[in-house]
Design a protein around this ligand. Sequence first.
Ligand code: GLA
Length: 653
Amino acid sequence: MIRYGADYNPEHWSEEVRREDLKLMAEAGVTMVTAGIYSWAAVEPRPGEWDFGWFDDVMDGLAGAGVQVCLATMTASPPPWLSHAHPEILPVRADGVRLSPGARQQFCPSSPVYRAHAERLVSELASRYAGHPALAMWHVGNEYGCHIRACYCDVSAEDFRRWLRERYGTIGELNSAWTTTFWSQRYSTWDEILPPRVAPTFPNPAQQLDYHRFSSDAALECFLTEQRVLRRVTPGVPITTNFVGLVQKALDWHTWTPHEDFVSLDSYPDPYDPRAHVEAAFAYDLVRSTKDQPWLLLEQAPSAVNWRPRNSPKPPGAMRLGSWQAIAQGADAVLFFQWRQTSGGAEKFHSAMVPHGGRDTRTFRETAGLGQELARVPELAGTRVRADVAILHDWPSWWGLELDSHPAQLEYLETHLAHYAPLFDANITCDVVHPSRDLSRYKLVVVPNLYLLEQETADNLRAYVAGGGHLVVSYFTGIVDGRDRAYLGGHPAPLRDILGLRVDEFWPLEDAVDLRFADGTTGSGTNWSEWIETEGAEVIASFEGGELAGRPAITRHVFGDGVAWYLGTRPDLGPVLGRVCSEAGVSPVLDGPPGVQAVVRHGEESAYLILLNHGTEPVTVDLPHAAPDLLTDPSRPVREVRLAPRGVAVLKG
Ligand code: GLA
């Protein structure tokens, strides 16, 4: 069964409304809600005074209605009494401003006071609902790092020093790791070390990089504090926490997901952006690849959000299409924020499954329609997506790339999406994986702009190519190690032998530059260029104009049994990646009309081809063999499918 439902915030509603909720949930095919995310102040109105009676009724009601609960640990927004008694738990910005309560996520992740109170609440909650028939899963915290990406208070400073002592052991080692000889930054004792607060100019880059790592770990420690209680009190109940989509980079998912049973993601593509589904697709491939198992779409909007400058409702069919996209890319659950739209509070204009207008609304009809549709395809749950292509993605490299004082301000996500989009458009399924992953199962590995690259990653790539793999590396990759120290001896030093070249200088581009390909065709490069000296690589394209005219821009190098391509600029990536894919034997899931996304979910006995028309025109898709569309007539195999704009088909074959 694909789980279906929403965040449920019952503290807003009377018992009468909650009774109606149960009826409407049945009508909408809701099978799971994630409940209680912001209920802390309601279950503990005063310190140590518990009021769980009303929540017991909610849990019992849901159990009676057959709705599973992904129970939130309620720690996402501490009640005012906690910060009133302990103002030191409030987070501090890099400029020294201490944030006030009155919104949410108002805690310093390193605060022992916050963590102790969270632990106390979670113990109470877990003991109370252990064995409850509705309890299906735990939802720890909520979107860690969403608002508070890092805290710069004195408590965090102390925790940072502890973290650094564990990482480096001696102050001498820290001085070396941070290159503190530069600008007279040498530390004589640990006590002198501070977070990278606002400073006269660029703070030490290695210190900034470590502060990103530390801040992700500090939030992780909050998660683990709760997770340990849950493992002890309710062993066997799976645990998740919802990641914010890729718009922010605070948490290194790869250090978090080993501690979760399911990975879950919140996704809010902008209905005004006709390409928003591509960025969503990248996030889905990444979240799926972290654990190589089905994941949970724990939040999306049924229609409009309230937090962009202008918020478009989702046009008819868009919510269904976006939900099926997540399922196609490996989700086994589709939930919304939120079940019922509140009449007050900051999110009163955020859509919900049950809008202000109640049951007789387009949003309710559409969400209920999807719930009923999903109930007809239980066999999809647990099936897997397989990919021949991997894109490498790494948080420390993201943090490192976007530090200040670089040759140019490059954007990690933008670069990744630029490389991902042509593959997406060609219906080539990708995994998005950590650089340490065993790459041998992939026919092609794409490395967009992996600025920070550990020696082990270079070794992994070397073994992959030597063993017959096809590799594409784009510019400004392999420049620094994990301490943000440039590799010496010609860039990208750890990859030079694989790529068969040396980069002498970086020439970031203001304007596009012409390229001439060895086969006589022309093109252009944007963003970046480099002075490349080949050392065995074949030149595929050269710069035509500018200071680098005549010099190599794109190269190809046979290394061992494989091939390594290097892009010293950003060409039109579609044709280049297309050529590499055909050399590598990578083929699309389907050669369909433009705008139609095609993904296969593989079960043990059957495969399910899911077709999604992201375009605005109706299209006809020819199928490789006759198969029934489970969403229209499961008993009648068809050779072609007609998809309306935003149409979906699930073909079983
Ligand atoms: C986030 C939060 C939710 C809600 C939504 C609104 O995803 O987790 O509580 O605020 O945003 O879009």
